[in-house]
Design a protein around this ligand. Structure first.
Ligand SMILES: Cc1cc2nc3c(=O)[nH]c(=O)nc-3n(C[C@H](O)[C@H](O)[C@H](O)COP(=O)(O)OP(=O)(O)OC[C@H]3O[C@@H](n4cnc5c(N)ncnc54)[C@H](O)[C@@H]3O)c2cc1C
Length: 243
């Protein structure tokens, strides 16, 4: 395992508010829009960033506030900058990202983000996600250079042909899974491949799951109960709710 896991000790606070200012916006791929910001002092206040670090952003629609979580991409503590990669669909957050232009501002609250270091460091990673967790997946893989990882990545067919995953093909194996309707294919794909890959002793593995809430719940129960992966070797967090 590389040094990334140990890399950062955060002076994390809860409930601190910041205002980000947009410096650039670009269409990364058909399915993703990247908005780059200055951080309003966030990274100086936290003392850095940890893998998968996220903030709550406040969007407005029809005069009402909507709070949504987004992941820091390429945080630069010295410059006080990072980007946010928006997986595009319908919703207040997506609407804001589509229209974002330099000079726009967005309010953010830092609350409850954290990253528990798996101890001992895992020698194998199993990562299950989708466009919403793609930025977190990239930061997780970057924190563990050289560690073999198997990634199951779910996306709706035709929306996301070239997802901006940052893979090291020498160590990372990608399984693409098409999502139809309310999903289910991802669960089948993981159930049919993970047991064999995990083998008899899962204690050196780390399983990271971040999909829609129902899929995440189903897979985390399966991995903990049926595959007997110790709970401290499994991280599971639902990233979005299917409508
Ligand atoms: C810790 C954390 C970090 C996250 N980081 C990111 C990130 O970096 N980038 C990112 O794009 N998302 C990220 N998400 C997910 C994001 O917060 C949700 O997708 C959020 O619901 C988007 O808000 P919205 O206003 O666009 O849509 P909403 O108003 O929440 O939903 C509108 C409609 O879109 C559907 N929908 C919502 N999200 C998705 C989706 N991801 N895919 C397909 N349909 C969807 C809903 O079911 C609903 O029908 C993160 C979530 C968490 C918990």
């Amino acid at each position: 395992m590389g040094h990334g896991w140990e890399g950062v000790v955060l002076k994390l606070m809860r409930g601190r508010d910041f205002t980000f200012t947009v410096t650039a916006a670009e269409q990364l791929t058909d399915g993703f829009r990247r908005v780059s910001v200055t951080d309003g002092g966030l990274l100086a206040a936290t003392g850095g960033a940890h893998p998968t670090m996220w903030v709550r952003l406040w969007f407005e629609r029809h005069g009402k506030p909507h709070q949504r979580a987004y992941t820091l991409v390429d945080p630069d503590p010295e410059a006080g900058t990072f980007s946010l990669d928006f997986a595009l669909h319908d919703g207040p957050a997506t609407d804001w990202a589509r229209a974002a232009a330099p000079g726009d501002t967005i309010d953010a609250t830092l609350q409850g983000t954290g990253f528990a270091l798996p101890e001992p460091a895992p020698s194998r990673l199993f990562v299950i996600g989708d466009p919403a967790s793609l930025p977190a997946i990239n930061s997780l893989l970057a924190a563990a250079p050289g560690t073999p990882a198997t990634i199951w990545y779910e996306s709706a067919p035709g929306t996301d042909d070239e997802p901006p995953l940052r893979l090291d093909h020498a160590h990372h194996t990608l399984h693409r899974v098409d999502r139809h309707g309310r999903g289910g294919e991802l669960i089948d794909a993981v159930r049919s491949t993970l047991p064999r890959l995990l083998g008899d002793d899962p204690s050196d593995a780390y399983v990271w799951i971040a999909c829609d809430t129902a899929t995440t719940r189903s897979l985390s129960g399966y991995v903990r109960r049926d595959l007997a992966v110790p709970k401290e070797r499994v991280h599971a967090l639902g990233y979005w709710r299917a409508g």
